[in-house]
Structure formats: structure tokens, C-alpha cells
Design a protein around this ligand. Structure first.
Ligand SMILES: C[S@@+](CC[C@H](N)C(=O)[O-])C[C@H]1O[C@@H](n2cnc3c(N)ncnc32)[C@H](O)[C@@H]1O
Length: 204
């Protein structure tokens, strides 16, 4: 039920996000996907992941989502391309002291209460030219209604949508962490306020 609800509500976002991000990653990239979710994107993008020879490490705290993700990895024979860990990113350490070409937050960064801590942590997992890729809905103007309602959506939908991401606050946070934006792409969407954006940041 939880997985069905997640699929119904998040489908459109997920496909937009992974399409933009997977197309952005060069051939043979090594990616840490923080909050990989139920792996639904594998249904659409398994040929792309295989043809680009991507290596994805997925981390998530939700056992039910990961169980589904595991099933899809098996179904599409992606065992050589995807490894998943049931762990909060706050406690995760890359196996074998691995470094990644990209750290990906696809609709997950807004869920973290302590975003500065998460950024500090994941910066250490990047290769020297590594980049952090964020896909998220962003708002230009502060709205008390949005701030009040968004965190409460989880009680109605069982899905945690976290807090609203405001453009100026987000860019200030990146700046404070010495991350500069190398790409900022708006992805057209069908409904709702706010913009879907893929933002790529690298260390100064
Ligand atoms: C909105 S979903 C996005 C899933 C997928 N990346 C997508 O774009 O469809 C956010 C995911 O982040 C996971 N998550 C939340 N807090 C986390 C944490 N502390 N560490 C790892 N994953 C977390 C949730 O369980 C959920 O699967």
C-alpha cells in the first residue's frame, strides 16, 4: 500500500528527475544516490543505466521501498550496476573508502533537518572533480501556508515531502559550504506552484 501510494503520487517527479540526471551523468560514472526510494525509475531507465555503464550506490532508510528496489534490480539484471544499503545517510560510510563522481539528491534533500551537516559529510565522498546534483521543487517567494502545510502532508499521504525549498536560502547554503553552481536547469512540469530544477554544484 505504501509503495502503491508512493508510485501514484511521486511517479511524475521521479521520471522527470532521473531522466534529467541520468542523461547528465557521463559514461562510466560512479554515483551515490541518497534516498533512492523504491527504484521505480529502473522500469524506464534500465537501458540507459546499462548502456552508459553507470555504477549506482543507493542509500535509503525505508525498508519497504528498498525491498521493491531490490526486486527491480533483479528483474532488470542490474546487479552489476546498482548496490543498495538500508541506512540513513547520516550513518553511511562508502564501502572500501570509495569516492564518487556524483552525489545525487533526487527529491530527497528537502527531507533533511540538518542540511549543513549532510553537505559537509557528502562533500568528503566526492572525487576531486566530483559534483553534487540536486533535483527538487523550488520556490522563489516565502509562503507561511506552504511552510505550514508541506511538512504535514506525510500524515495524509504517508509520504514525507519535507520542507519547502526556497531559492535564496538554498543558494546561500551552497555558498556557505563553498559549493558553486555549474548548472541550473528548469524542467517543465504539468501542475502546482514552484519549479522543478536540476542544480549541479561543485567545490570551489
Ligand atoms: C521523495 S523520496 C525520493 C525517492 C527517489 N530519489 C525519487 O526521486 O523518486 C525521498 C527518499 O529519501 C529517503 N530518505 C529520507 N531520509 C533519509 C535519510 N536520512 N537517509 C537516506 N534516505 C532517506 C526516503 O525514505 C525516500 O525514499
Amino acid at each position: 500500500m505504501r509503495n502503491l501510494l508512493y508510485n501514484y503520487i511521486v511517479n511524475d517527479f521521479t521520471d522527470h528527475s532521473y531522466k534529467s540526471c541520468l542523461e547528465y551523468f557521463p559514461f562510466d560514472s560512479n554515483i551515490l544516490d541518497i534516498g533512492i526510494g523504491n527504484g521505480k525509475m529502473l522500469k524506464t531507465f534500465h537501458p540507459l543505466i546499462r548502456s552508459k555503464q553507470l555504477s549506482i550506490t543507493g542509500v535509503d532508510i525505508n525498508k519497504v521501498y528498498l525491498k521493491n528496489c531490490k526486486r527491480l534490480i533483479k528483474k532488470y539484471h542490474l546487479q552489476d550496476h546498482l548496490t543498495i544499503y538500508h541506512e540513513p545517510i547520516e550513518y553511511f560510510s562508502p564501502p572500501n573508502n570509495e569516492y564518487y563522481d556524483f552525489v545525487l539528491f533526487s527529491m530527497s534533500f528537502m527531507l533533511f533537518n540538518n542540511q549543513p551537516l549532510i553537505l559537509d559529510k557528502v562533500k568528503n565522498y566526492l572525487n576531486p572533480n566530483g559534483e553534487i546534483v540536486f533535483f527538487q521543487t523550488m520556490f522563489k517567494n516565502k509562503s507561511w501556508l506552504l511552510d505550514f502545510t508541506k511538512p504535514k502532508l506525510k500524515y495524509i499521504t504517508t509520504i514525507d515531502f519535507g520542507k519547502a525549498t526556497y531559492e535564496n536560502e538554498f543558494f546561500t547554503l551552497l555558498e556557505k559550504h563553498k559549493l558553486s553552481v555549474s548548472q541550473d536547469k528548469v524542467i517543465p512540469k504539468k501542475f502546482g506552484k514552484g519549479e522543478h530544477r536540476m542544480i549541479v554544484a561543485k567545490q570551489n
